[in-house]
Design a protein around this ligand. Structure first.
Ligand SMILES: [Fe+2]
Length: 305
């Protein structure tokens, strides 16, 4: 006698789980078994047809086709459905007062040029001048000296250097600097602008046929590496985050769900005159002051550092 369909589905799932239950690495085993259970549940709940499943596989193939050095369409898709922010929220929970981590996005480069504090990182980038300053602090409010800040952002057109002409213009609006003894940092650059997510591949297929929201509000990307030479008890967790421009278009509809209240800041318009570092400015410019608050690495059993 034929097995009833529901029983057959249960049997199939149990068989699959059994086979992967022998995965030697315990964490990989945990992740795989949970993923398989949830994916089977998704299929049983939504009952995709074979044509729909083939369309899903073709969609993945389109994402893979444009993925390579400098671009990962799967990260963009993860951003677009909020999974990136969900992973960060569950893997890096933060206590009140700590800076919230956000997605790294597709344009980070590990080898950004070094600058001394106070330098101008704009290079060939065009836009309204912006002076950025602040401090890197720990959750107790103590300055963090020697932290490495990596900054990258778009220009007034909403483009990044890697989308422009790096061979001719070099990298711009991108750099690394170290926090000073009092945790301070400062640099000049230009104002970033809102920009659309790349819509020429799988992400475009997804957004174009669903939410039609594919913009990111104007922002700076900042990644902070804690200083070396820390003890295990006091080791600080690195942070990758954004600072969003208050008043930017699309603040309430970021396609990647990265906007958090504590990450929206005033990029204050200043009249021509003497800038915070003594530079004489002939044109109006902007200033941003922002402190980044790091937490200790998570101890076992503790929800917060
Ligand atoms: Fe960005």
């Amino acid at each position: 006698m034929d097995q009833d369909p529901t029983q057959a589905q249960e049997t199939l799932l149990a068989e699959v789980l059994d086979r992967f239950a022998t995965t030697p690495d315990p964490r990989l085993r945990q992740l795989l078994l949970a993923l398989i259970r949830h994916l089977h549940e998704f299929v049983r709940e939504s009952r995709p047809t074979w044509q729909e499943w083939e369309a899903a596989m073709a969609f993945c193939a389109r994402a893979a086709a444009v993925t390579g050095p400098g671009r990962n369409e799967f990260i963009a898709l993860s951003d677009a459905v909020g999974l990136t922010m969900q992973v960060l929220a569950s893997s890096q929970p933060k206590p009140p007062g700590a800076t919230i981590p956000t997605l790294i996005g597709p344009f980070h480069l590990a080898n950004a040029p070094w600058f001394p504090n106070g330098a101008d990182i704009a290079g060939a980038a065009q836009g309204e001048r912006l002076h950025v300053s602040g401090r890197v602090l720990d959750i107790a409010g103590e300055p963090v000296a020697g932290a490495i800040l990596s900054v990258w952002h778009s220009d007034e057109r909403g483009l990044y250097d890697v989308q422009d002409d790096p061979a001719a213009k070099g990298l711009w609006a991108r750099g690394r600097l170290r926090s000073t003894q009092d945790g301070g940092f400062a640099f000049w650059t230009v104002m970033p602008a809102a920009y659309p997510a790349p819509m020429d591949a799988a992400l475009g297929d997804l957004i174009g046929s669903t939410t039609r929201m594919h913009w990111r509000p104007a922002h700076l990307h900042v990644a902070i590496e804690a200083p070396e030479n820390q003890t295990a008890e006091t080791e600080l967790e690195g942070l990758t985050t954004h600072v969003f421009v208050r008043g930017s278009p699309y603040l309430d509809q970021d396609f990647a769900f990265g906007v958090r209240p504590g990450l929206v800041a005033d990029f204050t318009l200043q009249p021509p005159g003497i800038a915070p570092d003594g530079r004489v400015m002939a044109e109006p410019y902007r200033t941003l002051t922002f402190d980044f608050v790091l937490t200790r690495k998570r101890q076992a059993g503790s929800p917060f550092p």
